[in-house]
Design a protein around this ligand. Structure first.
Ligand code: 8YV
Length: 325
């Protein structure tokens, strides 16, 4: 039996430091505890707020018998054991819909930067080596008129497709289920995974991380891509086998890559990928804009407070969703 005095405010364990917007929205509605409070029943925990993807597994949930809600700041819930939460009747909330545009924008930023050698060009333009303009140097790959393959046509994938149309690209996609209404509305083509890899000049990964997508882009998949192709990943690092990608970028199996996520994340500072000029890398910036982060804060705090009050969450993760840390 819990003999400890109950706090008048619900206690929420969060991995921080939290964004000031989140802190302002929480105000004094909850008592914030450090994530370490999840390690044992030193203090009762009423809610979990996952900010930077800490793992929430069955053992942790068993240690927190008073838990009423898990609220995730973000859409991906691969760090949360959904089956374990559902089995214990604990609702999980996330923030779909509010970050699609920002993440699709970043996918395009990476696509353009990797194909037109923007980062490499920036380095060269600042270096002492740039002493005279050479029209024959630093040629890149053309974006307009090329074919884009989207792996995972969810909300973010669809936003990527809309941007590609503006760039006069032909778009094919692969998804667990074909989406005929989006196909018809945007003029997309459904492809098998193998066909998409073989035909695309750009392959953009927009899938969630699940047992089906872990290691999806391995040496075999990379070998099916064009030697001129560019791979972009804005989903989760483990969808790509890191060592296989490094080998492919070194050997010219593919031309270039743009990664917002890696496995591990961050990469060790001496990792071979960090030395590759044909890689553009960002530190998980998909949703990192002021406006999007504010919306994520609002929705995740609304989910948290609703769950603590025993109310339906504004944005619940379906209990059958796949999440397994
Ligand atoms: C966030 C994300 O940066 O939504 C997601 O799944 O990965 C990103 O939008 C992240 O959730 C914040 O930690």
């Amino acid at each position: 039996m819990d003999t400890q005095p109950r706090s008048p405010r619900p206690r929420v364990a969060a991995d921080g430091p939290l964004d000031p917007t989140v802190l302002a929205l929480l105000g004094d509605r909850v008592e914030l505890l450090p994530w370490e409070a999840t390690a044992g029943p030193i203090l009762p925990v009423d809610g979990l707020y996952t900010y930077g993807h800490p793992a929430v597994d069955a053992e942790m949930l068993d240690r927190l018998p008073g838990l009423r809600v898990v609220s995730n700041y973000g859409v991906g819930i691969d760090h949360i054991d959904m089956a374990a939460a559902s089995a214990r009747g604990i609702p999980v909330g996330n923030t779909p819909g509010v970050l699609d545009g920002a993440t699709a924008d970043l996918a395009f930023a990476l696509l353009l930067a990797a194909s037109r050698r923007v980062v490499e060009g920036d380095r060269y333009a600042r270096s002492p080596a740039f002493t005279s303009y050479d029209p024959g140097s630093m040629l890149g790959r053309e974006v307009h008129g090329s074919t884009l393959g989207i792996v995972g046509l969810g909300r973010i994938g669809e936003k990527v497709a809309r941007r590609a149309i503006g760039f006069d690209m032909a778009v094919c996609y692969q998804n667990r289920n074909p989406r005929p209404e989006v196909e018809a509305a945007l003029g997309l083509r459904y492809s098998s995974f193998e066909q998409l890899l073989a035909e695309s000049d750009f392959v953009v990964l927009c899938v969630p991380l699940t047992d089906r997508t872990r290691g999806l882009i391995d040496a075999n998949a990379l070998g099916r891509m064009k030697p001129t192709a560019v791979l972009v990943n804005v989903s989760r690092g483990p969808v790509v086998v890191t060592d296989d990608l490094l080998a492919a970028l070194r050997s010219g199996t593919i031309a270039a890559a743009g990664l917002d996520v890696t496995d591990p994340e961050p990469l060790p500072r001496d990792h071979g990928l960090l030395a590759m000029d044909n890689l553009v890398l960002t530190p998980h910036l998909g949703s990192a804009t002021d406006r999007t982060r504010r919306r994520m804060a609002e929705l995740s705090v609304a989910n948290l407070l609703a769950g603590l009050d025993g109310l339906p969450l504004p944005s619940p993760v379906p209990p059958t969703a796949l999440g397994s840390p």
